[in-house]
Design a protein around this ligand. Structure first.
Ligand SMILES: Cc1cc2nc3c(=O)[nH]c(=O)nc-3n(C[C@H](O)[C@H](O)[C@H](O)COP(=O)(O)OP(=O)(O)OC[C@H]3O[C@@H](n4cnc5c(N)ncnc54)[C@H](O)[C@@H]3O)c2cc1C
Ligand code: SF4
Ligand code: SF4
Ligand code: SF4
Length: 496
């Protein structure tokens, strides 16, 4: 399922592929994105996994729409199917920003700036997981109307203690109440669906990498793959709106570094029963070499990380190749820091938002060279996670050839050719393309956009008998520092 093909006919996984090689194979991340985009209500989350609606006919891996009029929007956005993160680099950072500064690229993805930050907002810092940066940024963005809501994971009224669920929040108070990380899975993409009802049109999306990838796929996978000769423009339009629509309500994505989550039994069995800590007494969990359990009385209990990982790591996470949320606009993590957040600004829109945030005076920043430990751990963990999955191409990083890239323009050409072969007239083709609004036919070929710069001083791939050397943390003028404050940096232009 991961094998990239570059013969002009990129793989187009189907519903059947998704059920067989993702869900039944134990690789499903439980993100829920397939359910969110399903235009015909065929699938729903059954327990924690997607499946056909109860009572629907046919085999569990058969969707009549997929084999009949054609669809497969579900498989198009699934983070476990091709294209995976390294194959979406051009679609995310190339076409989106053609002609712009391409930034740098390391094993943790494309970046424009990487640095360390801490919120000055006392509430965000006190409740936040690391530097409280995600929460402070969201709260400021909502207060200034840069966003009109956010998708977060929080333990709210009605949730079991320590078990977060996805939430759409629309006030700074709700945002601040969602600070902190929980290490059981919350399928945040499911909250994309209620955005419309909540009248949120410029949301910030917070999620772990396996949730940011489907969001980026909703935005970037070309909807021409939905085209079929016999399908009406109305159905084309509906399928297009379901596949693309949720991403059109998101103004910015904030990805969280992530190497694993735990199964619920870590909390219900080990913490509650074996350790005897009532879950409703827990105020915060953190992982810093060990699992730290903070309780209301100020005590901190610990579980050795190796034990927690061995006994309670969610097995689905072993199919994950993205530690650093490579396709997010902004990625944040807490590796090697103390009450501070490592911030990676990846896209131009991420840079613009950050510069305005920094101009508010609500955050302090340090160059990554002052946090070499954080940089080194990030390199190691990103490589370890990448190596969990089949390589994008042999030796895809360093000086070796880049992975094959997903190309929307190729996909559109292929779809048009199929309609011509099926005997559609030019007028019919135009009508169907029109129904897909937002088709980017004629977009520049990905290869023409060129690669990002390697990390300055990166020693590259080691010789077979050599130990791998890590690249040095970049200097401030080479992307190793915040871009600096700039009120009115232009974030609003991305949300029009
Ligand atoms: C499941 C998980 C695993 C992680 N693993 C690592 C790791 O291995 N290494 C590392 O450096 N960093 C990891 N992080 C990121 C880290 O815990 C912090 O979220 C990050 O450093 C930002 O800190 P902050 O203080 O700026 O964020 P905060 O201001 O505290 O904001 C945290 C945000 O995370 C959201 N959130 C909380 N729980 C979840 C959840 N279960 N799923 C999705 N979103 C959630 C909240 O809604 C909030 O918006 C992980 C985060 C999660 C959620
Ligand atoms: S193929 Fe389309 S209709 Fe069938 S389950 Fe997937 S998204 Fe739903
Ligand atoms: S989209 Fe998400 S929930 Fe659906 S099969 Fe893929 S990983 Fe699982
Ligand atoms: S390790 Fe990967 S699959 Fe597991 S929760 Fe994190 S991002 Fe998702």
């Amino acid at each position: 399922m991961n094998a990239p093909v570059n013969d002009g006919a990129p793989p187009r996984p189907t519903f059947k592929d998704m059920i067989n090689s993702v869900v039944d194979a134990g690789a499903c991340s439980e993100c829920g994105a397939c359910v969110v985009v399903c235009p015909h209500g065929i699938i729903e989350m059954i327990g924690r996994k997607p499946g056909k609606r109860v009572g629907s006919l046919g085999d569990h891996d058969h969707c009549g729409v997929s084999t009949g009029i054609g669809c497969d929007a579900c498989a198009a956005v699934c983070p476990r199917l091709w294209p995976r993160e390294p194959h979406l680099r051009e679609a995310t950072f190339g076409e989106a920003e053609a002609g712009g500064d391409r930034g740098f690229e390391g094993i943790f993805g494309v970046y424009r700036h990487i640095f360390v930050a801490r919120a000055r907002d006392p509430q965000a810092l006190a409740r936040g997981q690391d530097g409280g940066v995600v929460t402070a940024l969201l709260a400021w963005a909502r207060e200034t109307d840069a966003i009109d809501g956010a998708i977060v994971a929080a333990v709210g009224e009605g949730d079991a203690p320590c078990f977060p669920t996805p939430k759409v929040v629309t006030t700074p108070e709700q945002i601040r109440a969602s600070a902190g990380s929980w290490y059981t899975y919350s399928p945040n993409p499911l909250a994309l669906k209620p955005l419309k009802k909540a009248k949120v049109e410029r949301a910030a999306f917070v999620g772990v990498p396996c949730q940011v990838t489907p969001l980026r796929k909703m935005e970037r996978i070309d909807t021409t793959r939905l085209l079929r000769a016999g399908k009406s423009p109305t159905v084309h339009g509906r399928q297009r709106d379901c596949m693309r629509g949720p991403s059109e309500r998101v103004a910015i994505s904030i990805g969280l570094f992530c190497s694993e989550v735990f199964v619920p039994e870590l909390m219900t069995e080990h913490v509650a029963q074996t350790m005897g800590i009532p879950l409703d007494r827990i105020t915060k969990l953190n992982i810093k070499g060990e699992v730290l359990i903070h309780t209301r009385d100020g005590a901190v209990a610990t579980i050795p990380l190796a034990q927690a990982a061995h006994d309670y790591q969610r097995p689905e996470c072993r199919h994950c190749g993205d530690f650093a949320a490579e396709l997010a606009d902004i990625s944040c993590g807490g590796v090697g820091t103390d009450r501070a957040t490592v911030v990676v600004l990846r896209t131009e829109r991420g840079v613009d938002l950050w510069r305005e945030f920094e101009a508010s005076g609500r955050v302090e920043v340090w160059p990554i060279q002052e946090h070499k430990k954080a940089w080194n751990i990030l390199q190691r963990l990103a490589r370890k996670q990448r190596e969990q999955i089949a390589p994008p191409t042999a030796g895809a990083y360093g000086t070796a050839p880049a992975p094959v890239q997903y190309c929307a323009a190729e996909e559109a050409v292929r779809a048009r050719q199929a309609l011509i072969l099926a005997g559609c007239s030019d007028a019919e083709i135009d009508e169907r393309l029109h129904a897909l609004r937002g088709v980017r036919e004629g977009a520049p070929a990905a290869a023409a956009l060129g690669p990002a710069h390697p990390i300055p001083g990166d020693p590259g791939e080691p010789a077979p008998d050599e130990k791998r050397k890590l690249p040095p943390p970049p200097a401030p003028h080479e992307g190793g520092a915040s871009p600096g404050p700039a009120a009115g940096a232009g974030f609003a232009r991305w949300t029009k």
